[in-house]
Structure formats: C-alpha cells, structure tokens
Design a protein around this ligand. Structure first.
Ligand code: NAD
Ligand code: DAU
Length: 348
C-alpha cells in the first residue's frame, strides 16, 4: 500500500467525486484529499459538509475550474500532489442536448489542461473517469475495453474527446494516465436530475415520473461505492495507459427500475407517465459492461443491487433537506420547466 499520498480530486463536490473522497479518507488513513471544484449547478458545498467536519486535518477544498491552468498548477505545486483523479465534468445527457458548448469546455479542454499540468509537475498518476457511454449502444453482448468508441450524444462524445486526449498524452509524452469506464451510478448525494434521484424526489411528493419512450432501454447500474472502490483499485493497481471497465452486472430496464422505486416508496403505478422521447434518436437502447479485465486483477464489487437500491432510497427519504434545497433552486426549476414542460404540462 502506498504511504502518505496526496490526491487531487477534481469535481469532488459532485456525486461520485464526493463519495470517492469519503472512500479514500476512510480507507487510506495516511492520505490527504484536496478537492478542486467549480461549484457549477451540480456541485454543492452541502455535499462535502460531513467530510469537512470528520476529516478537517486531511481535507482541503479549492474553488475553481479545471480549465484554469494557473489554478490547477498552483494547487499541484502547493499541495505536492501525488495523484490526480478527475471527476470534473458536465455529466447530464439531457442538458447536453440543450447546451452542448459547456461540455466541450470542461469534458475535453479541461482534461487537456489537467494532462498538461500532470506532465509538467511529474504527478505520479492521473486517473480520468470516463463512462461506458463512449461505446454507444449495444444490442447484445457486452462492451469490452476493445469495443469501438461510438458515442451518440453531445455528452458522451465530449467524454470520448476527453479520454482520447488522455490516450494521446500517454502515447505522445509518456504522461502517466489511466482511464475508467463505468455504467449508471446510484447512491447518496446524486443530483436530482438523474433517473433515480429525480424519480425518488418526485414520488416522495406524489408527483408523476416521466418515462422516455417505451421505458425498455437498459442501463447497467452500479452502486456508487463499488465505482469508488474500482477507481481506487485502478489508481493503485492499474497499468499506465490502460482503460478499465467497472461494472457489477446490474442490467435493468428503466421500467424495471421505476417499478422497484414505486414498491420501495409504497406509491401507485398511476404516478408513471409515459412521454415522448426527448432524446430522440440519441437515446441509447442498451449499455452492458464486461468488467472481467478489472476483476481479473483482483477487484470485485461488494454491494448487492437490491440492498444498495433500498439503502439509496432510504437516504433520499432521510436527507430531504439536501435535495429540497437543490430542487427549490432557480437553476433546477428552470431546467425542469425547459426540458420537461411540454411533456408534463400540468403534471410538472
Ligand atoms: P456530477 O455532475 O454530480 O458532478 C460533477 C462535478 O464536477 C460537480 O461538482 C461540478 O461542480 C464539477 N465541475 C463541473 N465542471 C467543472 C469544471 N470546469 N471545473 C471543475 N469542476 C467542475 O457528476 P457525477 O455523476 O458525479 O460524475 C462524475 C464523473 O463520473 C463525470 O466525469 C462523469 O462523466 C463520470 N461518470 C458518471 C456516471 C454516473 O452515472 N453519474 C457514470 C460513469 C461515469
Ligand atoms: O452510463 C453512464 C452514464 O449514466 C453517465 O456517464 C452519465 O453521467 C449519467 O448521467 C448516466 O447517463 P444516462 O443518460 O443513462 O442517465 P439518466 O439518469 O439521465 O437516464 C437513465 C435512463 O433513464 C435513460 O435511458 C433515460 C431515462 N430517463 C431519464 C430521466 C431523467 C427517463 O426515462 N426519464 C427521466 O426523467
């Protein structure tokens, strides 16, 4: 086990990044964690309060963008950063359909800035968090790391652009990069625009939940702490220059997930509303991850799906202050009205 390292977690005020901070601080008692986050609509200091209280001496937060070379280099130098783990991204497909420009700024140009800084200051390793969506959609079988990169949305194509920058940096300059590709995460602190927290927060208030199209699209669900342990495993055990799929065989259709949420919250089926498909032809039908490369190195997921989903739903029931502040914010209200207004009408 590596001793006394400092990890720069970019995007650490978001869903997966903050859970990764918790994972590291708990599992590596001699590590320090430094977060750089632009606090976009998706990043909230309320997501880091427990960490700041519990790990005050080993945790530092810096506001700023990953595209800002001065800020990134300043932190790496001042904090003597050993590892960078990059979660910072615009991460929502629906928003990328409305406003793709910011996705290219952060998910492509921002990654380039980090890569240059890692090279310049001899950071030991950079793990870039990519996504299974870079593979596009698959009708049968599962994505392996050799599957073609065929993204279909502005979000997934930006993510592909970012990880290809990492690949090229490694090949051209020898920069110590690793890439991970995971499926749909769920768990505490997920911004309530994504399927599970969006539906749970609406169902708690007896609001209708909008299913895009048939609802037969398949996503490969992973509990966030399994994603975090996979990322940490890649950081410490992965081969430089490689990409690793992270998955736990969690394939379900959107309808199947929705029925489970209704059951866990004891809500009626009448709250389901089928709408047209706002993603149109860009709505990927099926994701499926083959994680055997990582499992072959010794990593395995620790959480059982049904138990993790129940725990997640309970978290949203018990932590309503966290998501109600977000749901009441002008940005959230404006997004929901703009994206869902014409589909949900009076059910908005
Ligand atoms: P999120 O939207 O919850 O959080 C993103 C964080 O990045 C926010 O705190 C935001 O403020 C910050 N950020 C955005 N732009 C920034 C910038 N320019 N500079 C610095 N910080 C910036 O996202 P998430 O769901 O936690 O996803 C984290 C990463 O994991 C993303 O790279 C995403 O592509 C990837 N990923 C997500 C999932 C998933 O299911 N959520 C699955 C696989 C991969
Ligand atoms: O696969 C990994 C990806 O998973 C990550 O890279 C992304 O950051 C993350 O947002 C997620 O992307 P999806 O687009 O799959 O997630 P989302 O929760 O937005 O949607 C999941 C499925 O549910 C998708 O088929 C669309 C559908 N959906 C979603 C919403 C928000 C609905 O039917 N209704 C909804 O209101």
């Amino acid at each position: 086990m590596s001793k006394g390292k400092t990890i720069l977690v970019t995007g650490g005020a978001g869903f997966i990044g903050s859970n990764y901070c918790r994972y590291v601080l708990e599992n590596h008692p001699d590590y320090r964690v430094v977060v750089l986050d632009a606090l976009t609509y998706a990043g909230n200091l309320s997501t880091l309060v427990d960490i700041q209280q519990k790990y005050a001496g080993r945790f530092q937060f810096y506001p700023g963008k990953i595209q800002d070379e001065t800020v990134v280099c300043g932190i790496i130098r001042a904090e003597k950063v050993n590892y960078v783990v990059n979660f910072a991204a615009e991460s929502h497909n629906d928003r990328s359909i409305l406003d793709p420009g910011s996705f290219i700024q952060t998910d492509v140009y921002g990654v380039f800035t980090l890569l240059d800084a890692v090279k310049r200051f001899d950071v030991e390793r950079l793990v870039h968090i990519s996504t299974d969506e870079v593979y596009g959609t698959i009708d049968s079988g599962s994505f392996t790391e050799q599957s073609p990169i065929e993204p279909n949305t502005p979000y997934s194509s930006s993510k592909a652009g970012g990880e290809l920058q990492a690949r090229a940096h490694r090949i051209t300059y020898g920069t110590p990069t690793l890439v991970t590709r995971c499926g749909n995460n769920f768990g505490p602190f997920q911004y309530p625009e994504k399927l599970i927290p969006f539906f749970v927060s609406r169902l708690i208030d007896d609001k209708k939940v909008p299913i895009y199209g048939s609802g037969q699209q398949v996503r490969d669900w992973v509990f966030v702490m399994d994603h975090c342990s996979g990322i940490d495993f890649v950081l410490h055990n992965g081969a430089l220059g490689e990409a690793y799929n992270i998955g736990s065989d969690g394939e379900l259709t959107n309808m199947e997930i929705t029925h489970r949420l209704l059951k866990l919250l004891d809500k009626p089926e009448s709250l389901i509303k089928h709408i047209g498909d706002p993603r149109g032809g860009a709505h990927d039908k099926r994701y499926s991850i083959d994680a055997s490369r990582l499992k072959g190195l010794g990593w395995k997921p620790a959480y059982e799906f049904e138990e993790a989903l129940e725990r997640t739903v309970k978290w949203y029931v018990d932590n309503q202050g966290w998501w109600r502040d977000i749901v009441a914010s002008p940005d959230y209200q404006a997004f929901v009205a703009r994206f869902y207004g014409k589909y949900l009408g009076e059910d908005l």
